[in-house]
Design a protein. Sequence first.
Length: 143
Amino acid sequence: MTLARLVSVNVGLPEEVRWREETVRTGIWKRPVGGAAMVRRLDIDGVGQGDLAGHGGEQRAVLVYRTQALDHWAEHLARDDLEPGCFGENLTVDGLSDAEVRIGDRHRIGEAEFEVTQRRLRRSVRPRGRADRLWTPASRRRS
């Protein structure tokens, strides 16, 4: 299995915005932090979900997105401003293709261990395309 390299940890708090003639609360916008961030059972410090029915919880605590997917969308949308966090991901990684990742896999980043629990669900606020998987902090450590 190819090892992924952590590119950035991204955080952001929910905001109320106008979308499709409604005011919605969303935590989609994330910005890279300058260093380490505390990962907890339900989220990363500095992160909040605007739609708790569709996001968060133990099985959806952390969203991982690959730089290769960012590159794909930058080319597809003819944009040069896509950067880590712009798709709402908490962790941006380089490498680790979809074909290599399986539900139940565990990966260590720093002192935290994450477990792949499910694929990202497609949401209408993001471009539709191949979804990366969600990772949650593992409830126990590997020896």
